[in-house]
Design a protein around this ligand. Structure first.
Ligand code: T46
Length: 141
């Protein structure tokens, strides 16, 4: 599968398989995650029928999402193209650049998602209205 939306892409991570002890996956800042990491947050204890999350874009924030357990569906929209990606592999991250509308849905009940983010939490960086998002993208591309 290819990523067709702008401002996104796959971030492959190295997994050390270990049948006896369990696997180990590594994400290093700059080397794997293509920016200095300023914040990590985790989404966990989701339910099979958990409501969708996200439904916003960021003005400047860059993030890499990794689904380390279970699965969810990531919806991406760059203002022109839309795409859905099944997230279910700990060794495959997805970069979410600025100005990319994203929604997470269809969580499995054991889903654990990690986000490596380029900045601290700032509510002013969020665009939570889809109309505002489209206007913002048009102005700056
Ligand atoms: C994103 C998707 C994938 C904080 O205080 N600090 C934080 O670092 C974050 C991420 C959230 N919060 C607070 C803000 C809200 O009161 O936690 C509450 C829930 O946040 P939000 O409604 O933004 O949650 P999601 O799941 O819709 O969005 C989050 C991230 O905010 C967002 O950047 O890309 O996960």
């Amino acid at each position: 599968m290819n990523i067709t939306v702008k401002r996104s892409g796959f971030i492959p991570l190295t997994t050390r398989k270990d049948l006896r002890r369990g696997d180990l996956t590594v994400a290093e800042a700059i080397k794997d995650i293509p920016f200095p990491i300023r914040r990590v947050y985790v989404i966990h204890h989701t339910k099979q029928n958990s409501l969708a999350r996200g439904s916003h874009a960021h003005k400047t924030l860059k993030q890499v999402f990794v689904c380390v357990n279970g699965s969810f569906v990531l919806g991406l929209d760059d203002g022109k193209r839309k795409q859905k990606i099944l997230m279910n592999q700990p060794s495959l991250g997805i970069i979410i650049g600025p100005k990319l509308w994203h929604t997470m849905s269809k969580f499995s009940k054991d889903c654990v998602m990690i986000s490596f983010a380029s900045d601290h939490y700032r509510e002013t960086d969020y665009i939570r209205s889809y109309d505002e998002f489209q206007a913002f993208v048009k102005k700056r591309t």
